[in-house]
Every structure is written in C-alpha cells, then in structure tokens.
Ligand binder design. Structure first.
Ligand SMILES: Cc1cc2nc3c(=O)[nH]c(=O)nc-3n(C[C@H](O)[C@H](O)[C@H](O)COP(=O)(O)OP(=O)(O)OC[C@H]3O[C@@H](n4cnc5c(N)ncnc54)[C@H](O)[C@@H]3O)c2cc1C
Length: 412
C-alpha cells in the first residue's frame, strides 16, 4: 500500500527510539511525499538498540556506535529531525503539538495531518531514591554509560528488582567480576513473567554464578552520608547492607503525561482501537506506550518488548494509510515475543500468559532445561524456554494461526 500523494501533508512522529524510528523508515519505504517532523525526545542521541544496554554494552562487548539503528540520513523523505526536543502538549482540536527544546526552552506549535505517538516509557524511580550518588536506573544509553563508568572501581553492587532488566543486570555485572546482591521482592526472579518453574531455574543460575539473592525483600530506604560514601540500603526486615553501586530495576512508566488534558484515553499508556488508532483516527500509537485490544487474546494490553515496537509501528502506518484510502484497517494481531540473555543462556517467551490456569513443564536437550507451556481453558496461550528457539517459534506460529483463523479463541 502506498502513502505517497499529497505533498502538503505533514506527519509528526513523537519519539526517537525503535517505534518512532520504524514509523519514519516505513513512511520512507512507502514513498511518502509530504513532510515528516520527527521529535526524538530529550536524549539527544541517534536511535539505538535498548536491549543491548543491559547485555553486551554493560559487559563491554560492544560500543555505543555498534548499537545504533540504521542512520536516518539515508531516508529519501522530506524529514526534519528535532533532537533535544519533546512534544510537550497536544491541541487535538487544532491538530497541532507544542514542541519544546530542552536546551533553551524554545518552543513552537507544529500542525499535523497525522501524529504517531511513540514516546515509550521511562524508568520508574521512587522519589525517595532519586538523585543519590551511586544509585542508578537503566533505561537510556546515558544511564548505561554512567553505570559502566563506575565498574572500574570494582564496586560492591546491589541490584534492586529482579524483572527482565534487574535479572540481566545481575548476570552482566557478575560476568564483569563484581560481587552482586540481587533484591527480589517476590518469591523468585522473573516469576511474574515466567511463573514458578522458570523463576526457580533463573534463581538457580544466579546462585550458580555467585549472586547473593535476597528473596521476599523490599528496600525501604537508601541513604548515603556523602557523595563519595557507600549507599546504605535498609530492608523491610530491618537488615541493612552497603554498596558503592546500586542499580534500580523497578520497572518503567509510560511517557504520555504530555497528552494530559487532550481527552485521549490515558488509563494505561495511550488507549487505541484494535488497529492502533486513538479516539482521533489521525492520532495513532505504537510501541511500549500503546494500549490496544489484542484480537487473539481478547483483552486490552500493552507490550513492552522490542519486536512488538517495530511490528506495531509498521502496522500503525498501514492503519493510517488504509484510513486515507477508505479501507477498513486490520487489527494488530502479532503474538508477543521477547528474549532475555543471562549467563550465556537465551530465555524466550511467546504469547500472553496472563490468566493461565494450567502449566505443563517438559525438559529439553542434554541439559534438561525447562520448556513451559501455559494454557487457559485448555488452549495454549503462551510458551517459554531456555536455548530452544525453534520450539518457541513453533509455538508462536501455532498460537498465531489458531488465534487468527478462529478470531478470539482465547477470549473469555
Ligand atoms: C535495558 C533494557 C533492556 C531490554 N531488553 C529487552 C530484551 O532483551 N528483549 C525485548 O524484547 N525487549 C527488551 N527491552 C524492551 C525494548 O527495548 C522496548 O520494548 C523498546 O525500546 C520500545 O521501544 P519504543 O520506541 O516503544 O519506546 P522507548 O524505547 O521507550 O522510546 C521512547 C522514545 O520516546 C522519547 N520520548 C519520550 N517522551 C517524549 C516526548 N514527550 N516527545 C518526544 N519524544 C519523547 C524517548 O526519549 C525515547 O527516545 C529492553 C529495554 C531496556 C530498557
């Protein structure tokens, strides 16, 4: 499908990471002949691969240049790139956004025919933990480089939170030879995502590599006497520990506060229909920020995974294009997929395990790693394994085809 045509059209793309980058690339691929204004956010860096931050970059296996996404200059678009600039407000009735420059607070209103919201997420840092020297979160390249600078001093390290980023950081910091304590709020690392079987497997790997795991523990306070003193962590059982480096892996919050007052649905990210259009059909969303109703699983969701951001970005452009051509856009129905690399093992998961009522565990390969299949009402809704890419992808295809050949088979 083409989106070429009216040269007087202007598209604004908000967000300079994977989803925004893919929207721009897709407009280029389709030969869009209007203007594209790409507001890339406060970071001031060309788009890069975030997954590498907690893996190869921290481990020193790649440089910042190696993780860049393809260079925008190759686009044949009429493209204006705004770095160190954010969309600060939306005026939906006039179809325009207020863009502010972070360096000098300059601002301008930009009118659009279509707006793609790809503003993703930022790290969740409780106010009480913010700004302490030695305490870092990890969402951006700058965050990763700040952490990396601290590694030369071989700091005692505590990673707080054992989701994907926390677990990967514990593994990467161990591979750098640092002493690592991992604070797990629940029973097991990554259990909310993977369930108990793979959570147990993940914990065993941390133990085998010398990580000290504190289970069912919440950090209640972080303090430091001075900028060069160790950070003291206080836990909910009253115990304390100290560290020169604390990495917070406490999840992320959606970056859509700039849409406050716009009348759009902001109850969890930016609410869209099944084709990724908001209540204003010329405003669409893609990536971590987008909340839509998944036709296979029959429920609304947001997906915070790499492959989802690029697939949704392409789909959002197609939905907008369909609208202009008077076609009904298709729902976005890709089955979610993510991977995580820890201690040389590749964890992979497909589907949406939420609400599963049965789990089957098989042992795979010579090492007997667990392969977990999650069922709801007798149907497969998700699967996860370790170093089993073919089996995981077979499951993805199966969930995709069963779900799309019989719409909503997993719906309640
Ligand atoms: C450390 C780490 C490791 C990860 N590892 C994996 C992995 O192994 N596997 C996996 O599947 N996924 C992984 N992910 C998740 C994956 O990186 C995200 O799903 C992906 O980056 C989402 O892309 P996005 O473009 O939707 O949002 P984001 O990457 O969050 O980008 C949003 C962009 O919008 C910009 N922005 C914010 N506000 C504004 C505004 N008001 N105006 C303009 N721009 C704005 C931001 O600066 C940013 O550039 C990882 C994430 C992190 C942080």
């Amino acid at each position: 499908m083409s989106v070429a045509g009216d040269t007087s059209q202007t598209i604004v793309v908000a967000g300079g990471s994977l989803a925004g980058h893919t929207v721009v690339a897709e407009l280029d691929r389709r030969g869009f002949t209007g203007d594209v204004v790409w507001v890339r956010g406060p970071e001031g860096t060309a788009p890069y691969s975030r997954p590498a931050l907690s893996k190869e970059l921290i481990q020193g296996k790649v440089t910042r240049d190696a993780i860049r996404l393809p260079i925008p200059e190759r686009y044949g678009l009429r493209l204006r790139v705004l770095d160190h600039a954010v969309c600060a407000r939306l005026d939906p009735d006039a179809d325009r956004v207020l863009v502010t420059r972070t360096a000098d607070s300059g601002e301008e209103w930009i009118a659009f025919d279509a707006l793609f919201v790809c503003t993703g997420m930022r790290a969740r840092v409780p106010a009480a933990f913010a700004g302490l020297p030695g305490v870092h979160c990890l969402r951006t390249l700058a965050d990763a480089e700040r952490i990396k600078e601290r590694l030369a001093g071989r700091p005692r390290t505590v990673v707080v939170g054992a989701g994907l980023v926390g677990s990967e950081m514990a593994a990467s910091l161990r591979s750098c030879g640092l002493p690592v304590e991992l604070v797990v709020q629940g029973r097991l690392p990554m259990e909310p995502v993977f369930g108990a079987e793979l959570g147990r497997f993940c914990l065993d790997r941390h133990h085998a590599h010398g990580v000290t795991a504190r289970l069912r523990t919440t950090v209640t306070g972080l303090t430091a006497a001075g900028p060069h003193d160790p950070v003291v962590l206080t836990y909910d059982d009253g115990e304390q520990t100290s560290a020169e480096l604390v990495v917070l892996g406490l999840g992320a919050v959606t970056s859509c506060d700039w849409l406050d007052g716009s009348g759009l649905d902001l109850s969890d990210g930016l609410g869209c229909d099944a084709a990724l259009r908001t209540a204003r059909p010329n405003i669409l969303a893609a990536g971590d920020v987008a909340n839509w109703r998944h036709p296979v699983f029959g429920r609304r969701m947001r997906v915070e995974h790499w492959s989802n951001a690029s697939a949704q970005a392409r789909h959002a452009v197609e939905s907008w294009s369909a609208g202009r051509e008077g076609r009904e856009p298709a729902p976005f129905a890709d089955v979610p997929y993510f991977w995580s690399d820890q201690y040389g093992l590749k964890y992979q998961m497909v589907g949406h395990a939420h609400g599963h009522d049965e789990v089957r565990v098989e042992r795979t390969g010579a090492d007997g790693y667990p392969f977990v299949t999650y069922f709801r009402e007798g149907r497969v809704v998700a699967a996860a394994g370790v170093n089993t890419p073919r089996a995981v992808m077979r499951m993805k295809a199966r969930i995709q085809s069963e779900g799309t050949t019989t719409q909503g088979v997993y719906a309640r």
